[in-house]
Design a protein around this ligand. Structure first.
Ligand code: IPM
Ligand code: MN
Length: 366
């Protein structure tokens, strides 16, 4: 029996609920396929600030590095919003990304046929389908560049710096091309090369790397135009590769057009052989925390990515994804999805626990 070490970081808000549900799904996979998942629960985010005074304790980083993969819920909440930048819960996420070297963030935005009515776009646009893979650079750019406060010509000012090395662009471009090779062989690189020097380096580097992937069709969009095209013709996109900052924004937009941010999974990956981190794209949603309202599917789908990418368990990942698709096709919806379509008699509204139970049952019976 294969044994895998999974570091689990429930975090804040709805994080613990969706992560605990996801563990039940993983346990169902373990039983059905004969694996053993050993979980180590770790502190990060606001809960870590309360317990230890820091958002990302060194013990958490050390244990995460020793695991086969990390499953994270969400961090942050209003009670920690007034802390200085380097003490905020979000530092835990940024710290994990940089400490684990997770430079590539994969955010698939898929419109499930069963949720077509939840798509806020024109029905004809939704009918054409949405299946976009956003590849976001995750350890560079403005998020990690030089920043500070200083005295400027107009008085006190603040600055953040966008900087990309050729090496950083090369490695994320390759991830984009590799994803395209696994999918529709089309890659769109998003930048702001009409204004930013870092974007001009980005674009010329992506073009150079494209010579390694002659089968992939590459095109380029300025980020402002990309936000429009994503709404106008989402079905035209296959893989998008972009910077940390632009990827943050575009992935929320992509999430919304698939109906609910409560559905979107993500994988953050570093060098081959190092643990990846898997988390829902949504945040900690403190307003609904602890009320059995959160949609666990984004975290469950993140666990499917964990199985496939970090543990090499493709059949098991397929089983999780098929279970989610079945439960949605059977009409079960958490509040975040129902809200978008109004009340409908064919839909059955369920809470976090019941949605989890249905997925576990589908995994066990498939
Ligand atoms: C995300 C989040 C984070 C980011 C925040 C919480 C630091 O918005 O993962 O998209 O900006 O990267
Ligand atoms: Mn974001």
């Amino acid at each position: 029996m294969a044994k895998y070490q999974i570091a689990v970081i429930p975090g804040d808000g709805i994080g613990p609920e969706v992560v605990n549900g996801t563990r039940q799904v993983l346990d169902a996979i373990a039983v059905r396929f004969g694996h053993e998942f050993a979980y180590t629960e770790l502190l990060a985010g606001g809960i870590a600030i309360d317990a230890t005074g820091e958002p990302l304790p060194a013990a958490t980083v050390a244990a995460a590095k020793k695991s086969d993969a990390v499953l994270l819920g969400a961090v942050g909440g209003p009670q920690w919003d007034t802390l200085p930048g380097d003490k905020r819960p979000e530092r835990a996420l940024l710290g994990l990304r940089s400490e684990l070297g997770l430079y590539a963030n994969l955010r698939p935005a898929v419109l499930y046929p069963a949720l077509a009515a939840a798509c806020p776009l024109h029905p004809e646009t939704a009918a054409a389908g949405i299946d976009v893979m956003i590849v976001r650079e995750l350890t560079g750019g403005m998020y990690f560049g030089d920043r500070g406060r200083r005295e400027g010509p107009n008085g006190p000012e603040a600055y953040d710096t966008e900087a990309y090395s050729i090496m950083e662009v090369e490695r994320i471009a390759r991830v984009g091309f590799e994803q395209a090779m696994l999918r529709g062989k089309r890659l769109t690189s998003v930048d702001k090369a009409n204004v930013l020097e870092s974007s001009r380096l980005w674009r010329e580097t992506v073009i150079r790397i494209s010579q390694e992937y002659p089968e992939v069709t590459l095109d380029h969009l300025y980020v402002d135009n990309a936000t429009m095209q994503l709404i106008k013709r989402p079905s035209d996109f296959d893989v998008i590769v972009t910077t940390n900052m632009f990827g943050d924004i575009l992935s929320d937009e992509a999430a919304m057009i698939t109906g609910s941010i409560g559905m979107l999974a993500s994988a953050s990956l570093g060098k081959p052989g190092t643990p990846g981190m898997y988390e829902p794209v949504h945040g900690s949603a403190p307003d609904i925390a602890g009320q059995d309202k959160a949609n666990p599917l984004a975290t469950i789908l993140s666990a499917a990515m964990l199985l496939r990418i970090s543990l090499g368990l493709g059949t098991e990942a397929d089983a999780v994804e098929a279970a989610v698709a079945k439960v949605l096709a059977d009409g079960y919806r958490t509040g975040d999805i129902v809200q978008n379509v109004g009340s409908s008699s064919t839909e059955k509204r369920v809470g976090t626990r019941e949605m989890t139970r249905l997925v576990v049952e589908a995994v066990a019976n498939a």
